[in-house]
Design a protein around this ligand. Structure first.
Ligand code: FAQ
Length: 336
């Protein structure tokens, strides 16, 4: 580009000093929006570390949703009635949909979906620890709805107020659907608890196996939560891991009483002074082992996911070919 411009007194300066000033002004505008609890939108300037941490959290969340289809998906063909089968089909499809909203939210941050999926399939990216446990009986399906979706809602309601607009808006719809998921799980368990002795024993066994892994879904204790300080300062995370875990324990004890099951923790007692239930220390070694790839089902979950992706290659190719054909028809000159 040709220019006749000269640097004159009083005019904005260009070069390193003004670039630093621009950067500082953008950072100040971003900080002010965070301080006033306004939303950050995709076209707004944001610090690179904010963008990266959102891509990390949103993509891990998306991966959890699509891997989370597997434990219950195993039971679609074995549901005990047409009604339960229809409910379970809808629920598993919802989880797939949640994954898609979340990948789309990550794409607004310049992340490529192919790269995100590659991270999952190669084992580099994390997904929720909880989906590495097996679903041994039909009661496990009810317990996933009641406890896993229950924990997911507790964690996700505050994310509806997250500072990044597309993530916050995706969470509003997701939370509505998770609420149906939790209720259908509780309802399925209630039916079993009103059934035979063998059904009640099956529910109790499932609760015994899932309770502690569910408490670990909220993440490591606050003292070991490497990301919390920064994500809370940015208004991404609103309530700490331990505080959410406590809220979940307090809410669930009464639900267990209504259901007639025993939560498998002798240390679970009301503490008048704290105004909360105390509970026993969790096995954090197990947690780290599971998230580092060595849980009961990690290998199976990843292998199933990779196979589904490979088996679906023809669908992606066909969709691309169809889109190209439509573009050619709509505008032959441009497409040529
Ligand atoms: N599993 O510093 P923090 C669902 C990692 S959706 C695996 O405390 P942060 C729906 C963490 O990534 C369930 N990894 O981390 C459904 C970090 O590693 P990094 C998923 C975990 O991000 C129901 C390291 O440990 N929900 O259930 C876990 O501040 C039924 C240090 O931890 C979401 O993703 C874990 N449980 O807090 C579907 C919600 N916990 O990345 C199907 C959004 C921690 O530095 C059926 N995510 N780690 O390498 C969040 O709210 C947060 O990311 C937390 C973790 C709270 C999960």
């Amino acid at each position: 580009m040709y220019t006749q411009s000269l640097d004159l007194p009083g005019q904005p300066q260009h070069g390193p000093t003004s670039a630093n000033a621009d950067q500082a002004a953008r950072q100040a505008a971003f900080d002010a929006r965070i301080a006033e609890d306004a939303k950050i939108e995709p076209m707004d300037w944001m610090p690179e570390a904010y963008r990266k941490t959102l891509v990390r959290q949103i993509s891990q969340h998306a991966h959890s949703e699509i891997i989370g289809m597997q434990p219950e998906g195993n039971w679609i063909s074995r549901a005990p009635s047409l009604k339960r089968k229809a409910i379970l089909l809808a629920k598993v499809q919802d989880e797939g949909g949640h994954g898609l909203y979340l990948y789309s939210a990550a794409e607004t941050l310049d992340a490529s979906r192919d790269a995100l999926l590659d991270g999952l399939h190669s084992g580099r990216a994390k997904y929720s620890s909880i989906f590495n446990y097996p679903t041994l009986t039909w009661a496990d399906v009810g317990v996933i709805g009641w406890l896993v979706d229950g924990a997911a809602i507790m964690n996700q309601i505050p994310l509806c107020r997250c500072s990044y607009g597309p993530y916050a808006r995706a969470m509003i719809r997701i939370c509505k659907e998770e609420s149906f998921h939790q209720r259908q799980g509780f309802d399925a368990l209630l039916s079993m608890m009103r059934g035979t002795e063998a059904q009640r024993a099956m529910v109790q066994d499932a609760v015994d196996r899932w309770w502690f892994p569910v408490l670990m879904m909220f993440g490591p204790p606050d003292a070991a939560s490497t990301n919390s300080t920064q994500t809370m300062a940015w208004g991404i995370k609103r309530i700490s891991n331990d505080d959410l875990r406590q809220k979940f324990v307090d809410a669930t004890v009464e639900q267990a009483r209504v259901l007639g099951v025993t939560l498998p923790d002798p240390g679970l007692v009301w503490n008048d002074e704290r105004g909360h239930y105390d509970y026993s220390p969790l096995d954090w070694e197990e947690f780290w082992r599971v998230i580092n790839g060595d849980g009961p089902c990690n290998r199976e979950r990843l292998a199933t996911r990779v196979k589904a992706h490979e088996d679906g290659a023809w669908v992606r190719e066909a969709a691309l070919a169809h889109a190209e054909k439509r573009a050619r028809r709509a505008s032959p000159a441009k497409a040529a």
